[in-house]
Design a protein around this ligand. Structure first.
Ligand SMILES: Nc1ncnc2c1ncn2[C@@H]1O[C@H](COP(=O)(O)OP(=O)(O)OP(=O)(O)O)[C@@H](O)[C@H]1O
Ligand SMILES: [Mg+2]
Length: 259
């Protein structure tokens, strides 16, 4: 059984006029069926506006779906009662594009990480610093900085903190929506490598979203190509990269600068 199973998922946004009448409907996600096997990294790629974030927000239950179904480990997430969903939430975590927006600027790194760690289990006050230090080391940060604030870190370091927060509650599914797009080119590779090693060490099932086919090819086992709300190509990463079947995938490939 697949760990995450999407079947015929639609996310439509009604767009209303100033008078409140319905003008039209944006079909951001328009019938997506996908499955992620346990422990695999699935890369979702497509140009800006094709519906990638709408789909990931729908999986995270941050955005209601118009129709279809989303199953995690065999359980239907869409329509799950709020209390039940709160319990399941620790199982799926997300890393966003902008690490600054996903961290509370008034929280020290310690406060931010201990909050995330204690979502899964209570940690006694006298060992909290040790737990945070261990987590920081895991994502390549130096624990001596735990009492600093997000603005005192570089973009790459902040994204490491955001990744630490995401893995803290020991999730099984990780959604990364353009996690390196906002970073300096020089640190993108390091953050990607961190994500690759964490998904392996922690046996995470991962949905990795990017508009960049090259980045996705680097990290994913399988690739899904999205265009205007639909999946137009889906297959083994090396296969899709070497022998793209759909004209849109070929277009994405030809847009990659050759070295
Ligand atoms: N809340 C909303 N209301 C109306 N339309 C929306 C809303 N959110 C997104 N859209 C539209 O839905 C479509 C898909 O947007 P989405 O953000 O999911 O795409 P994306 O693939 O993540 O793009 P990007 O690569 O720029 O992040 C776009 O046309 C967008 O303008
Ligand atoms: Mg997006």
């Amino acid at each position: 059984m697949a760990y995450l199973e999407l079947s015929d998922v639609h996310v439509h946004y009604p767009v209303k006029s100033a008078w409140g009448t319905l003008r039209h409907v944006v079909r951001a996600v328009d019938g997506v069926s996908l499955s992620l096997e346990k422990g695999e990294v699935l890369g979702l790629v497509g140009e800006s506006g094709c519906g990638k974030s709408s789909l990931s927000r729908a999986i995270m239950q941050l955005q209601p779906i118009t129709s279809g179904s989303i199953r995690l480990d065999g359980e239907q997430l869409s329509g799950m009662p709020a209390r039940e969903l709160r319990k399941r939430r620790t199982d799926f975590q997300m890393v966003f594009q902008d690490p600054y927006a996903s961290l509370n600027p008034r929280f020290t790194i310690f406060a931010s990480l201990i909050e995330a760690l204690t979502r899964r289990k209570k940690i006694k006050a006298n060992v909290q610093e040790d737990a945070v230090a261990e987590l920081m080391i895991r994502v390549g940060l130096s624990p001596e900085h735990m009492h600093k604030y997000p603005h005192e870190f570089s973009g790459g370091q902040r994204q490491r903190v955001a990744i630490a927060r995401a893995i803290a509650p020991q999730p099984k599914l990780l959604l990364a929506d353009e996690p390196v797009s906002a970073l300096d080119v020089s640190v993108r590779g390091q953050i990607l490598n961190l994500l690759i090693s964490l998904t392996r060490e922690l046996d995470l099932t991962t949905l990795f979203i990017s508009h960049d086919l090259l980045v996705v090819h680097h990290i994913a086992d399988r690739i899904a190509v999205m265009q205007r709300g639909r999946i137009v190509e889906f297959g083994d990463a090396t296969q899709v990269f070497a022998h793209p079947q759909h004209s849109y995938t070929r277009q994405l490939l030809s847009a990659i600068p050759k070295l």
